[in-house]
Structures are given as structure tokens and as C-alpha cells.
Design a protein around this ligand. Sequence first.
Ligand SMILES: NC(=O)c1ccc[n+]([C@@H]2O[C@H](COP(=O)([O-])OP(=O)(O)OC[C@H]3O[C@@H](n4cnc5c(N)ncnc54)[C@H](OP(=O)(O)O)[C@@H]3O)[C@@H](O)[C@H]2O)c1
Length: 262
Amino acid sequence: MDVVIDSDGREVVINPGLDWGSKLTLVSPTFRVLGVPDEGTFADAIVINKKYIYPKPAHLSYHEAAALPLAGLTAYRALMVRANLQKNDKVLISGIGGGVALFAMQFALALDCAVYVTSGSDDKIAKAISLGASGGYNYRDPEWTKKLQSDTSGVDVIVDSAAGAGFNQLIKVCNPGGRIVFYGGTHGKIDGLNPQPIFWKQISLLGSTMGSDTDFGNMLDFVSHHKIKPVIDTVYKLDNLHQGFEAMEAGLQFGKIVFDHQ
Ligand SMILES: NC(=O)c1ccc[n+]([C@@H]2O[C@H](COP(=O)([O-])OP(=O)(O)OC[C@H]3O[C@@H](n4cnc5c(N)ncnc54)[C@H](OP(=O)(O)O)[C@@H]3O)[C@@H](O)[C@H]2O)c1
């Protein structure tokens, strides 16, 4: 869990982005993620510079707070900083079963944006709609882009982590002047990327990774202000680590899997 009580007895969370550096726009050469290669939060105790310690949002339980740092930070920077999300933007979040994706949906909903999702699971789409998404499409359905286009007339901001050949479909449904931000490459290279619709529609393709210290503080403030609660699928005791990872591998979860040290 990325949440602890510090030596002054305060409930705190850890910013897992280490050594971002002084520039807000890009990471320093020594940037790394807590746990890679330094010891991460499966250890009984770790030593970490206190500049990475922030007060825990008061409305969150320990488990909720533990689910927030890395995925929340990545979603916040992708959506708010890189894609510069505006109220009234129509947003598409692909693969809503992903941890970052679900935070991106919650953050966009907090700004009153209309949010649409994709998933390989109709059950996850139904859950996203129950949390406030305006609609959802199964990316295994070859007609999904036509359905989205007909329902929405296109979207302004797209958040993706799958990449691969399916990325071309995202360009199809992106409105002129739209922004497509991606932070993962689950399906690898974007084969067959067609430049014409990208430059003709003036689409911005934006890569994003985690976030700066400033982004982390702003993300915590945003979550506190909007009283956003991370969605938790299951909490496992750390003794049942393998069970948790097997569940993650099966990919049936909706929301974060949390490991508890207690
Ligand atoms: N750059 C960064 O800072 C950063 C931070 C965190 C994660 N990542 C990377 O981002 C990726 C996602 O990580 P995560 O932890 O959020 O998610 P995850 O738990 O690894 O889940 C991946 C998700 O990908 C979705 N997916 C599979 N095929 C898809 C397709 N064809 N189109 C759209 N979505 C598809 C699935 O969604 P459904 O279950 O809904 O089908 C699945 O839930 C990984 O590659 C990870 O390494 C990068």
C-alpha cells in the first residue's frame, strides 16, 4: 500500500514518481518509479525522501488512498495537463478495465464532461455506465466506431493505453482539433498509422508518463475537492500476494486490486 503514517503520526500517501526533476514538461534522466529498481511498497519498510510524502486526502480510507497514487497521477497528467481537458469536451476512455483508465473517467466526470468508454467486457461497460459514463462500446465489435460516431458525432479527447492496430480506430472517431493522449502500449506498435486524417483534422497525438511533483499535489487537491473515491475491486492480505496477481492476470477486475500489510 502506498499509504502510511509518518513519524509525526500523520496519515500520508507517497508520490511514486521519483526524481521527476525541475521541468514540468519532461522527466529528468534519473526519473524512476517507486519500486523500480528501488524497494517498493511490498517491503515491510522503505526509506524515502520526505519530499515524496503528502497528506492523505481526508475522505479516503487507507485502502482507497493506497489505490490512488500511481494510477491517479498518470490519469491526472494525461487528461488535465497533456490533453488540457475542458468542461464540455466529449471524452473517450479506452479499456475501462484498466486502473489508470478508470481514474481518467472519474476525473473527466468530475469536470462534467460526457464520457464514453470502450472495453472487451460488456459487464465492465455496464459498471462504467452505472458510475456515470454516457455510453460504452465493446472494442471486439467491428462496428463499434460507427456506433460511437452515430451516438456522439465524434469525441474531443481520447485517453488510451492499448495502442496497436486499434489506435487507427481512435483517429477515426476523434473530432477535428481533438487530442489523443496515450500512456501505455499494451498492443504494441501502431501498425498502419495513416497520417492524412491526423494532419487534416489537426489532431494532437500526446504521449504521457506518470506526472511531476506539482501534478501529484494538484491531483490530490482535485480528488479532495471533488471527493472522488477510487473504485476498489478486491483487497488482498499481503500473504495472499499470488492470489492477487493471478486475479490481475485474469483481467476480470473492475477497479484496483489492493494489497494490505496489516
Ligand atoms: N506511462 C505511465 O506512466 C504508465 C502508468 C501506468 C500504466 N502504464 C501502462 O499502461 C498500460 C495499462 O496499465 P493499467 O494498469 O492502467 O491497465 P491494466 O490493468 O494493465 O489493464 C490493461 C487494460 O487494457 C485494456 N485493453 C486490452 N485490449 C484493449 C484494446 N484493444 N483497446 C483498448 N483497451 C484494451 C483492458 O481493458 P478492458 O478490461 O476494459 O477490456 C485492460 O483492462 C500498461 O501497458 C502499463 O504498463 C503506463
